[in-house]
Design a protein around this ligand. Structure first.
Ligand SMILES: CC(C)(COP(=O)(O)OP(=O)(O)OC[C@H]1O[C@@H](n2cnc3c(N)ncnc32)[C@H](O)[C@@H]1OP(=O)(O)O)[C@@H](O)C(=O)NCCC(=O)NCCS
Length: 146
C-alpha cells in the first residue's frame, strides 16, 4: 500500500537512514536542526508502512523552498518521485502558497529531467555555487491559487 503524509520528529531516524543511503545531504545533527526549524515541513512516501521517499520544504512567506527530495535507490524510476511531488504540490496548494522554488546542481541530470517532467521552470543560475564547482540551476513552479 502506497501513501504520502506529513511526518514529524519521531520519523527522523528513517530520514537519517534514507539520506545516508542516498545523497548524504545532512548529518544526523543537521536533520535534528531541520526538524527544529520554524516553517520547515517534512513529507514522506510510505510503501507498506516503510518510508521510501522524503521531501523537506521551508515556508518563507507565501513560498515553499524545496530543500530536500529523495527516493530510495531501489524504488527509483517507478513513478514514486512523481507521486511524492504531486502530494507536495497538493499540500502547498492547500496552504495557499504561491510557488515552490528549488536549487539543483547543473550536473544532476536526472534531477533536472525529473523537475522538467513535473513542470518546474528554470528561472536563473548561480555560477560555481556548489563545493564541487558546479553551477546551481534555480527552478520554480507557480501553484494554482485556491
Ligand atoms: C530525482 C528523483 C527524486 C526522481 O525520482 P523517481 O522516483 O526515480 O522519479 P519518477 O520515477 O517519478 O520519474 C518521473 C520522471 O522523471 C524523469 N526521470 C526520473 N529518473 C530519470 C532518469 N534516471 N533518467 C532520465 N529521466 C528520469 C523521467 O521523465 C520520469 O518519467 P518517465 O519514467 O515516465 O520517463 C530520484 O532520482 C532521486 O531520488 N535522486 C537523488 C536525489 C536527488 O537528486 N534529488 C534532487 C536534488 S535537488
Amino acid at each position: 500500500m502506497l501513501y504520502a503524509k506529513e511526518i514529524f520528529r519521531n520519523d527522523m531516524e528513517a530520514c537519517v537512514e534514507l539520506d545516508s543511503n542516498t545523497i548524504c545531504l545532512w548529518t544526523k545533527k543537521q536533520w535534528e536542526g531541520e526538524f527544529k526549524k520554524k516553517g520547515a515541513k517534512f513529507f514522506a512516501l510510505f510503501l507498506f508502512k516503510k518510508i521510501i521517499g522524503v521531501c523537506v520544504i521551508q515556508l518563507v512567506v507565501d513560498e515553499a523552498q524545496l530543500n530536500y527530495f529523495t527516493i530510495k535507490k531501489k524504488y527509483r524510476r517507478k513513478g514514486y518521485g512523481r507521486y511524492l511531488m504531486d502530494f507536495l504540490i497538493s499540500q502547498c496548494e492547500k496552504f495557499n502558497l504561491r510557488k515552490i522554488t528549488l536549487e539543483v546542481s547543473d550536473i544532476n541530470i536526472v534531477a533536472l529531467k525529473f523537475y522538467d517532467t513535473v513542470d518546474f521552470l528554470t528561472v536563473g543560475k548561480r555560477s560555481n555555487y556548489y563545493r564541487n564547482g558546479s553551477n546551481a540551476v534555480l527552478k520554480e513552479k507557480i501553484l494554482k491559487n485556491k
